[in-house]
Design a protein around this ligand. Structure first.
Ligand code: ATP
Ligand code: MG
Length: 529
């Protein structure tokens, strides 16, 4: 298809200017096809692959329809997760950058409702919200629905899924009947298409037709890995492919917590994201990931849909997703807006049949690969370093360091080869990075005394361990008797212990396999709670 320029779509000059500023050169196929139809006021069901600009495809025509002089609410965009609501609001704000008098507000649970009410009252025309919190405002009558002319369901299939459906129905009942209802997603199962009839009038289906549901610029691999080896295999793949940013999907919150601890213990900059975390913490994690302070996001499916972070180069299915659609959305966190990406899925035993089914659903090929050996990892590390060496020798001025090397050579019996080998050894060892990591791992864990780190110990429901037993186990396993006892408290199946910061990492490592009265216990930093 001929590329379509934004200028051909009849947009107002302010939006055209904003689109240029955002670096969009031409409209993506879904934008080219959906924007004109939406501007004609039609109800739309839009389906296009992940990362192909659906947000702007519904955001641009919606902004064009907002009357800046009218300070009432006019448009509502619903998203399944808080992080997505924040991100979509950001993209819409960028699109509205040159438009005056338009106020865009994300509202989601976990944020102070009083603050939201105040912002809503100050003349917000466009709200991007999660269904639960939006409904809350409808009930409190803190949103006025009379002038709402457009409602968008981003990730419509997810939102119309059983879990969200009632909320969505309630919201739609509160919106004036002559509204425009717009649904978008990368997947649109038939069952959902049937439901949409209830909410839309003569909806026009706009499907950017592609054979595969996943984007072709993602290389997809899978590995047969026993559950207990997953963490090790993940580390090897991270070391070999060195993705700038990666997302690792797990099926449970608990697995997210366990894996984050494991990766931190191995010296990676990882952080977890799941629904049991406080909102401030979720925001902090996303912020850290977007700015590259954290380079591995370990998440449940809360991060599977819509999340758009430029440098995600790899997605891992640490656990295979339960639903086929989720595979599409999860791996779609990479390979966005024409970039390349890789996905790695772990299967164990019979799960390979599930993977084959996913493959049929996506109409794509997922290639089997052998788990890389430690030798592979070591040689890749060396190759990468030697590539850096090429680049440095070609591009950088080395006069000053050459002088130091010369001095050392004159001063000793070493050859230049000896020194180069020692440097290479040092570079592959990564020892320094681990010490830098220390502070980042534990942060403020809420320990009473300075210099101490509070660790949670999960002793299991039926384990009748006492504080003394735990301290004993800690001391015995880590081989640091006497040093570990800061304070210890006991409540229900969780207890916590405070240990000196410099030992905290060793304790975590040692306690992975520790047993109290024959039962294994789990231990983790308190700031992960
Ligand atoms: N026309 C365009 N040209 C270049 N980049 C674009 C264009 N439109 C959108 N983008 C950028 O592409 C990225 C992906 O867009 P977006 O998040 O809207 O994808 P999506 O189709 O909603 O994906 P998902 O199904 O994962 O939600 C964003 O960073 C967005 O700013
Ligand atoms: Mg999207």
């Amino acid at each position: 298809m001929e590329a379509i320029k934004f200028e051909e779509l009849g947009l107002c000059p302010e939006i055209l200017k904003a689109v240029k500023k955002m670096g969009f050169e031409e409209a993506s196929p879904i934008q080219a096809q959906a924007i004109p139809e939406e501007m004609n006021g039609l109800d739309i069901i839009g389906q296009a692959q992940t990362g192909t600009g659906k947000t702007a495809a519904f955001g641009i025509p919606l902004l064009q329809k907002i009357d800046p002089k009218n300070k009432n609410l006019q448009g509502v965009i619903l998203c399944p997760t808080r992080e997505l609501a924040i991100q979509v609001a950001e993209e819409i704000r960028n699109l509205a950058h040159y438009m005056h008098g338009i106020k865009v507000l994300p509202i989601y649970g976990g944020q102070e409702i009083v603050k939201q009410i105040r912002s809503l009252k100050s003349g917000t025309q466009l709200v991007i919200g999660t269904p639960g919190r939006f409904m809350d405002h409808m009930r409190r009558k803190t949103v006025k629905m009379d002038d709402v002319h457009t409602i968008v369901l981003d990730e419509a299939d997810e939102m119309l899924n059983m879990g969200f459906r009632e909320d969505i129905e309630t919201i739609l009942e509160g919106v004036p009947e002559d509204r425009q209802t717009v649904l978008f997603s990368a997947t649109m199962p038939k069952a959902i298409m049937d439901i949409t009839k209830k909410f839309q009038k003569n909806a026009k289906v706009i499907k950017v037709v592609k054979k595969e549901l996943t984007v072709p610029n993602i290389e997809q691999f899978y590995y047969d890995v026993r559950p207990k080896n997953k963490e090790e295999v993940l580390s090897r793949l991270l070391d070999i492919y060195t993705p700038k940013l990666s997302v690792v999907f797990c099926n449970t919150k608990k697995q997210v917590d366990i894996l984050v601890n494991g990766l931190l213990g191995r010296g990676y900059f990882a952080a977890g994201l799941h629904g049991d975390m406080k909102q401030v913490q979720r925001d902090r994690v996303m912020q850290g990931f977007r700015t590259g302070k954290t380079d591995i996001l370990v998440a449940t499916d809360v991060a599977a849909r819509g999340i758009d972070v430029d440098d995600i180069e790899a997605v891992f299915n640490y656990d295979l997703p339960q639903d086929d659609e989720y595979y599409v959305h999860r791996i779609g966190r990479t390979g966005r807006a024409g970039r390349v990406g890789r996905s790695f899925s772990f299967v164990s035993g019979k799960e390979v049949y599930k993977l084959k089914e996913i493959q049929r659903y996506c109409k794509t090929k997922i290639y089997a690969q052998n788990v890389p050996s430690l030798d592979d990892v070591a040689s890749t590390k060396i190759e990468n370093i030697l590539e850096d060496v090429d680049r440095i020798i070609e591009n950088e001025d080395l006069t000053a360091v050459l002088r130091s090397i010369e001095a050392k050579l004159n001063d000793s019996d070493y050859t230049a080869m000896d020194m180069a080998a020692a440097f290479l050894q040092m570079c592959t060892g990564m020892k320094d990075e681990e010490t830098v990591q220390e502070e980042a791992i534990f942060g403020d864990t809420g320990a009473e005394e300075p210099g101490m780190v509070r660790l949670f110990v999960n002793i299991g429901k039926k384990n009748k361990a006492k504080p003394g037993d735990i301290v004993g186990a800690l001391a015995g396993e880590s081989g640091m008797p006497g040093k570990l006892i800061g304070s210890i408290d006991m409540f229900d199946k969780y207890t916590f212990v405070e240990v000196p910061r410099e030992y905290a990492k060793d304790v975590l490592e040692a306690m992975k396999h520790a047993k109290i009265k024959g039962k294994t216990i789990a231990i983790e930093p308190a700031n992960q709670k």
